[in-house]
Design a protein around this ligand. Structure first.
Ligand code: SF4
Length: 256
């Protein structure tokens, strides 16, 4: 790790690309700002429960930016599958996070860091997420370059930049999902979210309902209490999804 001032020539900057709009825009800003004198790498920790169109987006971003996206999973969980991790850990949520985040994302990132030089990290924290950036710097890594915050870019700005450059955003955004995470993300407790999954991806809903019942996990909160997915009324609604913020991967600020 370098000092905490600014990158110097030849430093390795890793952009943690999550297949979402913000980290794609962060990759663009990083290459623009530092690519001429630093070694900028784009790394993704793959999880197979993401929508298949996320992979199309990943290919398009790679083409747009003219850089490969390096895939790096946790060798302890070689299937890169959240479903597999839940089964092996006999859990779908922890009190402060989720096992898929810890083993599928965080430990994958740490494994990459152990095996590769990383002088600086870039994440997709947007201008409206400065407190999340600050928390990450405090609890995880101090050598983070806040490229989107410095550029004053919000989530909408990121989406606009990507569209302006002719790249279609992941289709899940247009289906009403608040981010490009896995479909049926276990960090969500909202009835609105889970009924969206039920309506748009019934097979995923059925799979999460079966597995969570088998593992004894009440994933959804309805009328003030946690219930099993198969108990959720199909017309139940909570807050609008746009007001809900649950992010995976590098964004999960869990204790090291
Ligand atoms: S997006 Fe949700 S389900 Fe997928 S790995 Fe992250 S926390 Fe787990």
């Amino acid at each position: 790790m370098t000092d905490n001032t600014a990158p110097k020539a030849g430093d390795v900057i890793v952009v943690w690309f999550s297949n979402g709009a913000a980290s794609a825009a962060a990759a663009h800003e990083t290459i623009k700002k530092y690519g001429w004198y630093c070694d900028v790498r784009l790394v993704n920790n793959p999880i197979i429960e993401e929508d298949e169109d996320n992979l199309r987006f990943q290919r398009d971003v790679s083409k747009w930016l003219g850089q490969p996206i390096i895939l790096h999973g946790n060798p302890e969980y070689p299937l890169n599958s959240a479903v597999d991790i839940w089964d092996r850990r006999h859990a779908m949520v922890f009190p402060h996070g989720a096992p898929c985040t810890v083993h599928g994302k965080k430990e994958a990132r740490q494994d990459y860091e152990r095996k590769n030089k990383v002088d600086w990290h870039v994440l997709g924290f947007t201008a409206d997420e400065k407190s999340r950036h600050d928390r990450f710097v405090l609890t995880e890594r101090s050598n983070v370059l806040p490229v989107l915050i410095d550029a004053g870019m919000t989530k909408n700005d990121c989406a606009a930049l990507i569209r302006f450059n002719g790249v279609d955003l992941p289709r899940v955004y247009f289906e009403g999902y608040p981010n490009a995470n896995c479909i049926g993300c276990v960090k969500a407790t909202s009835p609105t979210y889970w009924n969206l999954v039920r309506n748009t991806r019934p097979a995923v809903f059925a799979e999460r309902a079966e597995q969570s019942r088998r593992l004894g996990v009440r994933l959804v909160r309805h009328q003030g209490k946690r219930i099993f997915l198969d108990e959720l009324p199909a017309d139940a609604k909570g807050r609008p999804l746009a007001s809900i913020n649950f992010e995976c991967g590098i964004f999960c600020e869990e204790p090291a």
